[in-house]
Design a protein around this ligand. Structure first.
Ligand code: HEC
Length: 219
């Protein structure tokens, strides 16, 4: 029993000394049991370096090097007649027209197809439906937990430009977080296309239906 208390006491001291100070900041070198790849031989930028005659680690870019894919210098990288509607089109990534206003409609270079719409539905159901509801009325499953997401069927949002919708998905708005890290630009446009379809679905009139739709609905 005597030993038991001794060992018990020691074990507690050891535990407290290891775990008890975890939240504290210290300037001491940490104890590294598994250093993994914390320390690597490398040249840090702007550091001294004896290897090169000018004593600097930083090297100048090789002459005539052009950064690839920054959508500014395309003609320098590709043929002079190279055209890429999407990469050269800043609206595709910002939702703004060349004058800096939110654009109406979809950017050129994006083909509006049924496939894109279906893609939009897939991504909508993954990224938006939980809060905004399957039909976009703001009654997603998170509503019961206090998430009051907007309804797309309010006139204000029906009148909103595609560019502004793109920005809301990208950067979020008020309580809604942005989704740029999870949803690619093309997928964002696809989602907007689907949101437009959802909005239309609530306001469609008899005249909007084609003959076969009318027949299948028994109208
Ligand atoms: C985690 C829940 C959540 C998700 C996921 C979510 N939203 Fe929202 N959204 C909200 C909330 C909450 C608001 C209301 C924000 C406010 O006004 O404070 C909102 C507002 C909006 C608005 C209206 C903004 C305005 O001007 O009032 C639009 C449009 C919108 N969301 C689109 C989307 C789209 C498209 C997606 C999917 C890509 C999405 N949201 C995903 C919660 C969410």
């Amino acid at each position: 029993m005597k030993y038991f208390f001794g060992i018990y006491f020691l074990a507690i001291i050891t535990l407290v000394s290891i775990l008890g100070f975890q939240g504290k900041k210290t300037k001491n070198t940490p104890i590294e049991i598994f250093p993994d790849m914390d320390h690597q031989d490398k040249y840090l930028s702007q550091s001294e370096n004896d290897f090169f005659s000018n004593g600097m680690s930083d090297r100048k870019q090789v002459q005539n090097t052009v950064q690839r894919g920054n959508n500014i210098h395309f003609q320098d990288v590709f043929n002079a007649d190279y055209k890429n509607d999407r990469l050269e089109n800043p609206s595709f990534y910002s939702g703004k027209d060349p004058d800096g206003n939110w654009m109406r409609g979809f950017p050129s270079g994006l083909k509006i197809t049924n496939e894109l719409l279906e893609d939009g539905k897939v991504h909508y159901d993954i990224y938006c439906g939980t809060c905004h509801g399957a039909s976009g009325d703001g009654r997603g499953v998170t509503r019961d937990y206090g998430m009051l997401a907007a309804s797309y069927h309010d006139d204000r949002i029906r009148d909103m430009s595609e560019g502004e919708l793109f920005d809301i998905i990208t950067n979020g708005k008020n309580l809604m977080y942005g989704l740029k890290a999870r949803v690619k630009p093309e997928e964002r446009w696809a989602i907007i296309l689907y949101v437009r379809a959802l909005q239309l679905s609530q306001y469609a009139t008899y005249e909007d239906l084609n003959e076969s739709d009318k027949k299948s609905l028994g109208l």
